[in-house]
Design a protein around this ligand. Structure first.
Ligand SMILES: [Zn+2]
Length: 558
């Protein structure tokens, strides 16, 4: 009996030491475990000794092997633990130790992806914990100088802007930035290697999210117009609270398009919900997922697509998002806007034909055939002869979550000899004729002209100029080519840009088509002719189709 008991104890001791030996093979992993335990166990959070022990584990890695492949991350984590410790102790020595360790990352690993992050942290600590604004400014300025292409440059600029604002407000806050100390990270310093075309200064736009629920997996695809290398954080199931696990993905400098929902309840076997928020200072897009019990995840990026899969822990289902692309396809939404209406006749031709009637006739045909030929969802801003303020038209398009906005007009000038086709996209008009035209087409805005100008200029920044230009090019080319097949004297009066109020508020690519000159006798007659109208409509549809084809990734319903 006694012997059996002893060998059982021996067995337990052996297996215990075996576990320890296996863990100590990787000191970085062990130190990370220590970090996790520390930040996950609230009771230990107040024990300074525990913190120091963890810090020492990271420091030992570098002391024993300065060329350890995780040397930079070890120093960075040791610094971070000191910074977090300061939040409890308010002991200045802890801040200074953190700064010292961050400095070692910069000096000993200047090529590390963590070097600019370290400089940034030094800046924050100097600003918030030590109140040394001059030295903080220097740290932020150094980031911009040394790592202009790094992911911290934008944030450093924002900090510098804040500092100059603070000093003018004479209102410095010596409050350290709080981060959630209970966040347990699977990989505390996980950073994806940036790709070459990851332009750090241009904002990307998240224009669509898809959730595909299957028995064995839930796949979320985030579509962005530019690739952004992501960082992630994983918060495991709360030990005490039992709150579900969360995955947080950060996409740097990414804006959310207006038509994308900020919160989505999924309720699948693997995913409870997802939410999208913006980091105010950083401009980062923060995507948060709440996992269902016993779910695992992986992430893959293909160009601008970030694909996050959730599945049973231990399972390894195959990727299915490519062959299921068809099921994700959505109809394209197009808003057709017949110019003018009601009290506002628009231009009137030599024989008395009114622009508002021509634009409505063309638009009605266009709407019917866009539905039929492109299988699009089509909405008209007006389908009868009525007034509609310009801003209401784009509000309508945005409410319908339009992908494309087409405003139909007929042109007019005093010189009755002028004829031809012009297509416009919104831009800061430089051309005098375009300015003049913009003024007459802007007349039915419900605001005074100078206010309209101001709004136009402000909103111009958010407008999708590049896509609208592309849409304008293909549509304009199609109109000219197709009309020229059947009609003589078809004049190319070019694709132009101007400040059109009706195009401004639209959050999607939009163009204004001046189908022909109603002020010219020949073209007035043509515009009133059903065959000519039909030819125009067919040409516009071919152009829109070509545009969609060139944006296959964005519009997949063809
Ligand atoms: Zn008009």
């Amino acid at each position: 009996m006694k012997k059996v008991f002893c060998s059982l104890v021996l067995f337990l001791l052996l297996s215990a030491s075996f576990v320890c030996a296996a863990e100590s093979n990787d000191p970085y992993k062990q130190a990370t475990e220590c970090y996790k335990k520390l930040t996950n166990d609230a009771a230990k959070n107040t024990d300074v000794k525990e913190w120091k022990a963890c810090i020492k584990e990271f420091e030992d890695i570098v002391d024993i092997d300065p060329n350890h492949k995780k040397a930079d991350a070890s120093l960075y984590n040791a610094a971070r633990l000191n910074k977090d410790l300061y939040k409890q102790t308010k002991n200045q020595e802890d801040v200074e130790e953190a700064i010292h360790l961050y400095n070692r990352v910069i000096k000993e690993h200047s090529d590390s992806k963590l070097a600019d992050d370290s400089l940034y942290q030094i800046g924050l600590l100097r600003k918030d914990a030590l109140g040394e604004t001059d030295r903080a400014e220097k740290a932020f300025a150094t980031i911009i100088e040394r790592y202009p292409d790094g992911d911290m440059a934008t944030q450093a600029k924002a900090q510098l802007a804040l500092l100059s604002k603070d000093s003018s407000d004479n209102n410095n806050q010596n409050e350290i930035q709080e981060t959630d100390i209970n966040i347990q990270e699977k990989e505390p310093v996980y950073k994806e290697i940036s790709s070459d075309n990851d332009n750090p200064f241009k904002s990307a736009k998240l224009y669509r999210t898809d959730v595909d629920v299957k028995d064995d997996q839930t796949v979320v695809t985030l579509y962005s117009d530019e690739k952004r290398s992501f960082t992630r954080k994983f918060v495991d199931v709360g030990l005490r609270t039992k709150s579900p696990a969360k995955l947080i993905i950060n996409l740097p400098r990414t804006k959310i398009a207006d038509n994308v929902n900020n919160k989505q309840d999924v309720g699948s076997r693997h995913l409870n919900w997802m939410s999208l928020t913006h980091g105010i200072l950083s401009g980062d897009l923060v995507v948060k997922f709440e996992l269902a019990d016993n779910s695992a995840y992986d992430i893959k990026q293909i160009e601008g697509k970030t694909i996050v899969r959730f599945y049973d822990q231990g399972a390894n289902p195959s990727y299915t998002e490519i062959k299921n692309e068809k099921s994700l396809k959505q109809k394209i939404r197009i808003v057709v806007d017949p110019g003018h209406g009601g009290e506002d006749n628009g231009a009137v031709g030599p024989s008395g034909i009114k622009e508002k009637d021509i634009t409505l006739a063309i638009s009605k045909k266009l709407a019917v055939l866009l539905k039929k030929e492109l299988n699009a969802e089509v909405y008209m801003t007006r389908s009868v002869d009525k007034d509609m303020a310009l801003e209401k038209r784009t509000e309508f398009a945005n409410a319908k979550k339009a992908d494309i906005f087409l405003s139909i007009h007929t042109n007019a000038v005093k010189d009755r000899n002028v004829l031809g086709i012009e297509t416009y996209y919104l831009n800061n008009a430089t051309d005098e004729a375009a300015k003049r035209l913009a003024k007459t087409e802007n007349l039915s805005a419900s605001k005074p002209q100078d206010e309209v100008d101001k709004i136009l200029l402000t909103l111009l920044q958010n407008y999708n100029t590049e896509q609208s230009n592309l849409l304008g090019q293909v549509v304009h080319a199609q109109i000219l080519a197709q009309l020229a097949k059947k009609y003589s004297n078809v004049h190319d009066r070019k694709l132009r840009s101007a400040l059109f109020y009706v195009l401004v508020g639209a959050k999607c690519p939009g163009i204004l088509i001046e189908t022909s000159y109603i002020s010219n006798q020949l073209e007035e007659k043509r515009l009133a002719n059903i065959a000519y109208q039909r030819q125009l409509v067919d040409a516009i549809i071919s152009g829109v189709k070509k545009y969609i084809e060139s944006n296959q990734d964005q519009f997949v319903s063809l």
